[in-house]
Design a protein around this ligand. Sequence first.
Ligand code: ATP
Length: 331
Amino acid sequence: MDTALGDPLMASNDTASAGRAPAIEARGLVKQFEGTTAVDGIDLTVPEGAIYGILGPNGAGKTTTLRMLLGIIDPDEGVRRVLGRDDPHDIARLIGYLPEERGLYPAMKAVEAIAFMGALRGVPLAEGRRRGRELLEGHGLGHAADKQIRQLSKGMAQTVQLLGTLVHRPRLVVLDEPFSGLDAINQGKLEGLIRNLAADGTTVIFSTHVIAHAERLCEQVAIIAGGKVPYAGSVDAARDRIPAQVRLETRAREGRWRDALPADARREGDYWYFPLPETGIEPLLRALIEGEAGILSLSIERAGLHDAFVDIAGEAAARALDEQSPAEAVQ
Ligand code: ATP
């Protein structure tokens, strides 16, 4: 991969002329904290209008990466360009950011909290209130508009904060672990909200340690482990790194057809399991039929993003991910 941003990225700071330039491009980002390397040379390209996931266990460097992209902290090394700008502060009003640490003023009414967040991004308060009510109505929280934050459930308050990050109609939305702390129903609603944002042309980048969210929502992901990105690209291509698995059930237990199964085929109960041969399924099917195996069932299952994650980031990173996920994740 390139170690420096290429010409087209260095050429212009004019967002209007950016056309189809990526929403985010970063090369070689490095960040150390007191001698610990939190982020160790990360490259990312987030296409405009994409839903992009940064997937990795706790401590992998997700938050640090997002903060560098937003200009909250500066990288020690590397460059990033966000919505066509080298300095993310120039376009702060085009960005909506939900930090990992949630928090709103407990005494504020929900609608006021949203209007307040909008005001910080240049939306006049009256307009922010109008939009706030609209957003709350649109997300099933119309009844909560005039309630204080302290009167809301944790999930509701989190949704209010999320709506506050959208009130100025940002072009780029950055969500740090947005699913954490939400129950299954609200996680589903948030997935819907993210899809709607993308359908309207908004770019959404979010971090998560739950593979299922990234797999369901994203066309592209960056897999992050130990401050490095061993994979950035399409979810499909990540899954295709691993051969699909075949599951076969036959009436005959023995026969000549057994020679046609790959050497690494393993038997579990009534089924044979093996990776789809490179030659495809047809030659095998022919051998099974000619050898009178009596096919009772046969399925070909594509590898999931979890298998791809194990392949890319290793067992240890995958275990760390799994250990964090079960309680809160909707798989
Ligand atoms: P989490 O979801 O747990 O926040 P993460 O993937 O977002 O995980 P980061 O928060 O980016 O990871 O942290 C990466 C590493 O950098 C961790 O080892 C963390 O302890 C360290 N780190 C992050 N911020 C600081 C800081 N301000 N000072 C010192 N160390 C930090």
